[in-house]
Design a protein around this ligand. Structure first.
Ligand code: FAD
Length: 481
């Protein structure tokens, strides 16, 4: 394989130009840095085509040489999907140079962006046309729209606007043999056959390479109010969610749950974080309401509502000013980084049906503490759409590596609870190379067989991001019957 890959790399340098192909270890290192440090990959080269034609050319030549491609956007994914394997024979295909906003249509509420535009680029382009692209979360300045679509990213505003899948109307995709599928249609209604774009959204680079997308825009909010609410239980959070949805309709945009443990982590390590109430509470909800109407008093609405719900909202703070909002959101946005200061953590990005959230949290918390005394469950997440990040921080005195050695054991423990509640073991971060074994273990035999059939049909040579998402071999897929 080595000679063949070397010949391919020379060929790509000739066709695409030297500056499009990176081969020195010092320069490729940045593309190999996997965020959680779980996967140590190597690659023969990082290829950075500048347009769709060059992506197509790269893929066609890799397919002819039988060389595997690992697509990469902003490399912020949390499941190792953008990391090559350890063989050193794979090519990382970075979309970072495809960074043009090709078109914007304020009347049709659409925008055409190339895959390497950062999420922040897209948000800014939409705002420039007095529109909103509502996908949003802490990595917006780094992650790319192609990666967002390839992982079907979620984030803070899914409750109101849906995840990435619901924000895309059309795609341009380079197929496994290098052909280009131009599906850049800006249509809300198109039942003219199978919805092919939905195959590629969430496929994490295993079925095709997204080079551009028609994105759906929304009216830009004119008013926004934020509240941080103290609660006794997760059940109270669901009660509050029901009350606010009934009252505000679709104005409720974000609804984030945080346990006291992650809030304490933010208080200890986060910049600009302070304890919001005179006393600590077991649970908190951070919520945003927004409105595009010209005249709306969202702050007044929250000030009128929360005092009427004393058994749910034990205490609260409300703001409609940017600075106040940033202070409240700092508590939430600081959690992932703050958790790193507390030692190693074993992560679970899960979802369950909304009514099952209290049961899930109680069972998962009890099971983890029983299995390892001193472990610190750190639960937070986008609870309005059923997504909990149930992270486990190590007992303070335990050796980091000893704790991380138990990753699979804890994943199995927590994912089994999720399965009994008809939930998902991969809510928004995807599968990557972290969870294919769980796909095999927890999905039905029929579902795994369908996934393999689709992979085989679109990538018969298996050169697109091998080892990701689809479990290898004939393992797995349990028989539910
Ligand atoms: P990458 O990491 O580069 O790639 C991710 C996967 O997509 C890989 O399998 C890769 O091969 C594939 N891929 C990338 N580009 C393409 C393409 N053009 N065509 C085909 N395949 C491609 N995620 C959420 O959903 N919600 C959150 O709230 C959230 N918060 C985060 C907060 C932080 C601080 C960080 C670091 C990450 C967070 N993430 C979150 C995870 C991550 O940002 C998303 O998964 C994101 O969508 C990945 O985009 P990317 O461009 O970085 O993709």
């Amino acid at each position: 394989m080595t000679d063949g890959v070397d010949a391919l790399v020379h060929e790509l340098e000739n066709v695409l130009g030297d500056d499009a192909v990176i081969t020195t270890p010092a320069a490729t290192a940045a593309y190999l840095r996997e965020r959680r440090g779980l996967f140590k990959g190597r690659c023969r080269a990082v290829v950075r085509p500048a347009d769709t034609r060059a992506v197509s050319e790269t893929v066609r030549r890799c397919a002819a040489a039988g060389v595997a491609i690992v697509p990469q956007g902003g490399n912020t994914g949390l499941c190792g999907g953008a990391a090559p394997d350890a063989s050193g024979d794979q090519i990382v295909l970075s979309l970072e140079r495809l960074r043009r906003i090709r078109a914007i249509d304020p009347l049709g509420h659409t925008l055409v962006a190339e895959a390497g535009c950062t999420l922040a680029d897209v948000q800014a382009a939409a705002a420039g046309a007095d529109r909103l692209f509502p996908l949003d979360y802490a990595a917006a300045g780094e992650c790319c729209i192609g990666g967002n679509l390839a992982t079907n990213a979620g984030g803070m505003n899914v409750l109101r606007y849906g995840n990435a899948r619901e924000l895309v109307l059309g795609l341009e995709v380079v197929l496994a043999d290098g052909r280009v599928w131009n599906g850049l249609r800006a249509l809300r209604k198109d039942n003219s056959g199978y919805d092919l774009k939905d195959l590629f959204v969430g496929s994490e680079g295993t079925l095709g390479i997204i080079t551009a997308a028609v994105l759906r825009l929304h009216p830009r909010p004119r008013h926004r109010a934020t509240a941080l609410v103290a609660l006794d239980t997760p059940s109270a959070a669901l009660g509050l969610l029901a009350e606010l949805r009934a009252l505000t309709g679709d104005s409720l945009t974000a609804f984030e749950l945080m346990g006291r443990t992650p809030v304490e982590f933010s208080l200890r390590h986060g910049a600009g974080c302070s304890d919001p109430f005179p006393q600590p509470w077991p649970w908190y909800v951070l919520l945003d309401v927004t409105s595009s109407r010209r005249h709306d008093d969202l702050r007044g609405m929250l000030e009128g509502t929360l005092p009427e719900l004393p058994s749910l909202a034990r205490d609260y703070r409300i703001t409609d000013e940017d600075a106040g909002r940033d202070t409240l959101w700092a508590l939430r946005n600081s959690i992932p980084a703050a958790q790193r200061h507390e030692g190693a953590s074993i992560k679970h990005d899960v979802s369950v049906p909304l009514p099952a959230i209290p049961d899930f949290l109680a069972r998962a918390d009890a099971a983890a503490r029983q299995r390892l005394p001193g472990i610190r469950p750190c639960a937070f997440g986008h609870v309005g759409d059923g997504n909990i990040h149930f992270n486990l921080s190590q007992p303070p005195q335990m050796a980091r590596e000893d704790f991380l050695d138990r990753w699979d054991e804890f994943n199995r423990l927590i994912h089994d609870i999720v399965a009994t509640l008809d939930g998902s073991f991969a809510a928004e971060h995807g599968v990557g190379q972290l969870k294919p074994a769980e796909v095999a273990r927890l999905k039905s035999a029929e579902e795994v067989a369908l996934m393999r059939a689709i992979k085989g049909a679109l990538d018969p040579q298996g050169t697109l991001n091998p080892g990701k998402v689809v479990p290898a071999g004939d393992t797995g897929g349990h028989d539910r019957h």
